[in-house]
Design a binder for this molecule. Structure first.
Ligand code: SF4
Ligand code: SF4
Ligand code: SF4
Length: 275
C-alpha cells in the first residue's frame, strides 16, 4: 500500500495514456495507436519513477525516449509532419490522424491536465536545446514574446496557401516542410540560445505552438505550488528556473505561470522542501 501511494503519479500517468491508447485503438481500429501511446505513457511514467528515485537525469531520459521516437520514427521514417504545419494540413484535410491527434492530446487538451509537460519531457526541439550550456538564463526576459504570434500566423498562411493554390504532391511538400522546419527551428534555437545566453530562448519568444500551450496550461491540474509556511523567501527557485516562473506565488496568474515546463528544478533545489 505504501509503494502504491509513493508511485501513484507514474501509475496515474500510465493509466491516463493507456486509456487514450486503448480508446484510440478501438475507435480507429488501428493497433498503431495502442503501441504509440503505450510507449509514450511508459516513457513518461519511467521518468517520473526515476525522479521519485532522485535520479538526476530522469527528465532528460524521457525527453530522449519520446523526442527521438517522434522525430526519427514518426517524422523521418513514417513521414508524419508533427509540426504545426502538419497539424494545419491534417485539420484542413478533415483527417483526425497523426498530427491532429498529437496536437489534441499533447498540446491542446492534455495541457489542461499536465500543463506544458510536453515542453519539459517530449519536445524534440527542446531535447537538443537542453544540451546547450545556458540551463539557467543569464539575462532578464525580453519583451519580444509577440514573435510567437507571427510564426503562428505564418505557419497558417503557408498551409492555407498550399490548399488555395491547389498545390500538387501536398503530402510530399508537407514532409519536406517538416525537414526544413526542423532545421530552421534548430538553427534559430541554437543561435538565440547563445545570443541571449538562455537555452530556452526559442521556447520563450519564437515557438508558434505556445499559442495553444500557454492559455490551456493556465488551467493545468498539475502544477508546482509553494508551502508558504516552509518557504524562507531565499529566491533560489526563481534564480534556477529556466522559464523565469515566480513559483512562490500560488495564484494562477503568477509571473510567467503559463511558461512552467514542470522540469522540477525548483523542487529539487529548494532548501526547505517548500515546493
Ligand atoms: S515551447 Fe515549443 S520548442 Fe519549446 S519545448 Fe515547447 S513545443 Fe518545444
Ligand atoms: S527555494 Fe524554496 S525556500 Fe527558497 S524561495 Fe523558493 S520555495 Fe522558498
Ligand atoms: S523550475 Fe519549477 S517553476 Fe520553473 S519551469 Fe521548472 S518546474 Fe516550472
Amino acid at each position: 500500500m505504501k509503494h502504491l501511494r509513493e508511485y501513484k503519479h507514474p501509475l496515474l500517468i500510465l493509466l491516463l495514456f493507456e486509456t487514450v491508447a486503448v480508446t484510440l485503438w478501438l475507435a480507429k481500429d488501428n493497433i498503431f495507436y495502442l503501441l504509440n501511446f503505450s510507449y509514450i505513457g511508459f516513457s513518461i511514467a519511467l521518468g517520473i519513477f526515476l525522479f521519485i528515485k532522485r535520479y538526476e537525469y530522469a527528465r532528460r531520459i524521457v525527453q530522449l525516449l519520446v523526442g527521438l521516437y517522434m522525430l526519427v520514427y514518426l517524422g523521418l521514417i513514417c513521414r508524419e509532419n508533427m509540426q504545426i504545419e502538419g497539424f494545419w494540413y491534417y485539420l484542413f484535410s478533415g483527417v483526425f490522424e497523426a498530427a491532429t491527434i498529437h496536437y489534441a492530446v499533447a498540446k491542446i487538451f492534455g495541457p489542461l491536465v499536465f500543463g506544458r509537460g510536453w515542453c519539459g519531457y517530449a519536445c524534440w526541439t527542446a531535447m537538443v536545446l537542453d544540451f546547450l550550456p545556458f540551463k539557467v538564463p543569464e539575462r532578464p526576459r525580453r519583451r519580444i514574446g509577440w514573435i510567437r504570434y507571427v510564426t503562428f500566423v505564418l505557419s497558417l498562411v503557408f498551409v492555407s496557401g498550399l490548399f488555395f493554390s491547389r498545390a500538387e504532391n501536398l503530402e510530399n511538400i508537407i514532409f519536406w516542410a517538416f525537414i526544413a522546419g526542423n532545421i530552421f527551428y534548430y538553427a534559430v534555437g541554437i543561435v538565440l540560445a547563445y545570443l541571449f545566453r538562455d537555452n530556452r530562448a526559442f521556447c520563450k519568444y519564437i515557438c508558434p505552438v505556445t499559442v495553444f500551450l500557454k492559455p490551456m496550461s493556465y488551467y493545468s491540474l498539475l502544477r508546482v505550488t509553494c508551502d508558504r509556511e516552509k518557504c524562507i523567501s531565499c529566491g533560489k527557485c526563481r534564480k534556477i528556473c529556466p522559464m523565469d516562473v515566480d513559483v512562490t506565488d500560488n495564484s494562477r496568474s503568477r509571473k510567467n505561470g503559463t511558461e512552467c515546463i514542470l522540469c522540477m528544478e525548483c523542487v529539487r533545489n529548494c532548501p526547505k522542501k517548500a515546493l
